[in-house]
Design a protein around this ligand. Structure first.
Ligand SMILES: *Cc1c(COP(=O)(O)O)cnc(C)c1O
Length: 432
């Protein structure tokens, strides 16, 4: 069963959670002075409209017409019911998912990439730099910049560049320049290369390179695919659409589940619902953030100020963190290997509005294969974390004879991750 919205029914504003937070966010700090970062410093990296959104206290922010038109290539996305999974589990729970895998890059990521490309275009940006691990974010930004005539420069973690050519080719097809990181194009890249000419790279190093490049010219800006307030804001279109779709059915979810890397897909599906929990309209709503055991930021991290990148170029953010020098084992859910989480998600977790849990990747892939076999859709490894939790909740419902309505974000498809499926199916996958 699929529940659709027409283009006219698509939300025309994003939802901003900041005015609803139970206490104000601790501001990002300048690592040099220990004082809140000045807007001028941020202007060297991000265009003004995005900095305004980063600190806005307005509840609703208009989605520009140009962004809506590009969204319409794949939005509104369907809300689907996983009836076959319910039947297979023999659970009284009703399982729904928002299918964000239908975007051309195959995940939720273009929801913010398109918005960021638009605001950069109207601010005079000619080149957008970014980092990418497995290539999901890079391909979303390559896709988005293409529509606005902005050049996209992606620093791609070298191991992924070498081992996962498919997403690199996708980015290049959409016209992006893809550079293996560490590279000899930046001083931070050169530093790591001099330590080890075959350095495999890391997301943190790639972020450092992309920011360094952005700082070299006014016409070059940097784009981040998660963690920041404006990124989470753009993703709320997911939850806002889902709310409208549930209204059509006359129901409201009891549980909302999302996987969590930096927090954007999780916030995208959950923030519009968490609003109702914060104001007391839906006090019993349960919200779960699911992470890998290999990178257990919320479940095992410390709540403190930390850098967003490895080299320490970014402002300090107050978040749950495993430490900016934390290197997780190389699990297949590349999008969930970030050492921190979005400050707003962390605050809500700290205040008890969100729960978190962690799974090992073999458990996660069992859930992914089960989902593929009963529902037919092949989840991304990141998405499969949410699916594993949904299955556990649905089985609890079976034991307790509870008819809960569960919503999760099907954040992306797994067609670029088939080698990971191969590793799992052949029993070679590490149990981390
Ligand atoms: C990137 C990604 C995620 C996690 O990223 P967040 O920053 O937490 O949103 C989840 N699922 C898919 C398919 C992704 O590509």
């Amino acid at each position: 069963m699929r529940i659709y919205l027409t283009y006219d029914e698509m939300p025309k504003k994003w939802f901003n959670i900041l005015p609803y937070l139970p206490r104000p966010l601790d501001p990002p700090l300048d690592p040099g002075t220990g004082q809140p970062v000045s807007p001028e410093k941020l202007l060297a990296i991000f265009p003004e409209p995005l900095i305004e959104q980063e600190v806005s206290d307005k509840e609703w922010i208009d989605i520009p017409e140009e962004v809506l038109r590009i969204y319409s290539i794949w939005r509104p996305t369907p809300l689907q019911r996983a009836e076959r999974l319910e039947k297979f589990l023999d659970t009284p729970a009703k399982i729904f998912f928002k299918n964000e895998s239908v975007s051309p890059p195959g995940s939720h990521k273009p929801n913010t990439a398109v918005a960021q490309a638009y605001y950069n275009k109207i601010s005079g940006t000619r080149v957008l730099t970014t980092e990418t691990g497995a290539g999901q974010w890079g391909s979303a930004l390559a896709f988005a910049t293409m529509f606005f005539g902005i050049k996209c420069r992606v620093y791609m973690v070298r191991v992924s560049y070498n081992q996962k050519p498919s997403r690199r080719i996708l980015m290049q097809t959409w016209g992006a320049e893809v550079i293996p990181s560490p590279s000899d194009r930046t001083s931070s890249g050169k530093k790591f290369l001099s330590q080890n000419p075959d350095h495999p790279g890391s997301l943190g190093i790639a972020i450092s390179e992309a920011i360094e490049n952005a700082l070299s010219s006014d016409e070059i800006k940097y784009s981040l695919g998660s963690v920041l307030n404006h990124v989470l804001l753009h993703q709320t279109i997911i939850g806002l659409e889902a709310k409208k779709q549930f209204e059509k059915l006359g129901i409201y979810p009891d549980v909302v589940v999302g996987s969590i890397g930096g927090g954007s897909n999780f916030a995208g599906i959950s923030f519009p619902f968490i609003r109702d929990k914060i104001v007391g309209e839906r006090k019993d709503l349960e919200v779960w953030a699911v992470e890998p055991s290999a990178c257990p930021t919320l479940t095992k991290g410390e709540y403190k100020y930390d850098y967003g990148d490895t080299a320490g170029l970014t402002p300090l953010l107050k978040m749950y963190t495993l430490g900016h020098d934390f290197v997780p084992p190389p699990i297949h859910a590349g999008g969930l290997r970030y050492h921190g989480d979005a400050p707003s998600v962390c605050l809500l977790y700290d205040e008890g509005f969100i729960k978190a849990c962690a799974y090992k990747q073999t458990e996660v892939f069992s859930a992914a294969v089960l989902f593929a076999r009963v529902e037919g859709l092949l989840p991304a490894p990141e998405t499969a974390h949410a699916i594993k939790k949904v299955i556990d909740i649905a089985l609890e419902c079976k034991n307790n004879k509870e008819q809960k309505v569960i919503l999760f974000n099907f954040s992306g498809h797994g067609y670029f991750d088939l080698s990971a499926y191969d590793e799992f199916l052949s029993g070679r996958m590490k149990d981390v």
